[in-house]
Design a protein around this ligand. Sequence first.
Ligand SMILES: CC(C)(COP(=O)(O)OP(=O)(O)OC[C@H]1O[C@@H](n2cnc3c(N)ncnc32)[C@H](O)[C@@H]1OP(=O)(O)O)[C@@H](O)C(=O)NCCC(=O)NCCS
Length: 179
Amino acid sequence: MSPFAAQAVDTARLALLPLRVEHAEEMAAVLSDPALHTFIGGTPHTPQALRSRYQRLAAGSPDPAVSWLNWVIRLRDEDCLTGTVQATIGPSGHGPTAEIAWVVGTPWQGRGIASEAARGLVDWLDGQAVRTVLAHIHPEHPASAAVATAAGLTPTGEWHDGEIRWRRGHARARASAQP
Ligand SMILES: CC(C)(COP(=O)(O)OP(=O)(O)OC[C@H]1O[C@@H](n2cnc3c(N)ncnc32)[C@H](O)[C@@H]1OP(=O)(O)O)[C@@H](O)C(=O)NCCC(=O)NCCS
């Protein structure tokens, strides 16, 4: 069994809810803009394809030492889903290390939602004693760099698949990617 499991996290405006297969239909609409994939690759999923993906994510990492944690971001006042955050937690020489990422649907961008969600996620990880947090950010993606900064990460000089590694804490990472 994975050592970590996603729990609900509340921030001022948002509820981060552990991702469930039932979220796929609403999320397929939230994530339907092809522009969301400029930096993360791929294309938008149909509801059915997203359901299959969420089933794979819910089944968890094949490596029992690695935890795949995923949340949908609910904007409480508008009672709608707006995006996702994720953390892939694996062991490192300095305790557990999380690699985090975020996506916010185009209609909800520019309202501080990704920054608030990423801060909530990093605070939650801190409460789980996961103090080393990484993100990989394309050098020409200032919005994502601003989100990482808001979450307390700073850029390192390290590159990973054409992206810059950002880090909070000091340990070196080992975390396998989610599908
Ligand atoms: C990156 C992303 C999550 C940002 O979502 P968001 O909810 O709009 O982010 P926020 O509203 O919290 O804004 C974050 C910052 O980016 C800035 N920003 C937003 N769009 C920008 C743009 N096009 N150019 C420059 N800065 C921009 C905001 O002003 C804000 O900066 P500030 O904190 O200094 O005011 C969203 O654009 C996205 O999902 N992109 C596609 C997926 C992706 O690339 N994910 C990153 C993988 S790590």
